[in-house]
Design a protein. Structure first.
Length: 170
């Protein structure tokens, strides 16, 4: 399929914040420049909505980060980190992000999922086959599921120019 990107196209950007954060930290020991990622994903089109799915820790030290996202025009949806009696911790938004994408589909020409998580393959396939919505993925190629790359209409590899998308890279 040929990927069409034109200025009248309505886009929604859905950011799996944890996935991007951990990829940037593990691959580059740096932080993500979410403003640059958003600009690249939107690519001059009409942004209908940008949502970052974030996990709040018990200490709450991420408050400034959430405020920075809001200043960029990115809505934040917050979920508390789950801590189990065994000490294991869990925090992900895969289902929430999926439901939001499906809810917004009729108002969007293109969905951009900012994540390399292969768990989103069924969502990508559903969106393409049942709604006709163009689905794009933006993430660091080095930590992106190959199945996710194959399933989407377009892949924006943030690893090709890490200095553009990262803060504190050496």
């Amino acid at each position: 399929m040929t990927v069409i990107k034109h200025k009248e196209q309505r886009v929604g950007v859905f950011i799996d914040t944890q996935n991007l954060y951990h990829s940037a930290r593990n691959l580059y020991n740096a932080r993500v420049n979410f403003g640059a990622v958003l600009k690249e994903a939107v690519a001059g089109r009409k942004l209908v909505r940008a949502v970052a799915y974030v996990i709040a820790t018990e200490a709450g030290e991420e408050k400034n980060f959430f405020e920075a996202l809001t200043k960029l025009g990115i809505e934040t949806k917050t979920k508390d980190l789950q801590v189990f009696h065994t000490g294991t911790k869990k925090g992900d938004w895969d289902v929430g992000l999926t439901v939001d994408v499906m809810r917004m589909a009729n108002r969007l020409d293109a969905v951009i999922i900012v994540s390399g998580d292969g768990d989103f393959v069924p969502l990508v396939e559903y969106m393409k086959n049942h709604t006709g919505t163009q689905v794009e993925i933006a993430s660091f190629g080095k930590s992106t599921s190959s199945k996710l790359r194959e399933a989407c209409d377009d892949f924006i590899d943030l690893s090709l120019n890490p200095k553009k998308y990262l803060i504190g890279i050496k």
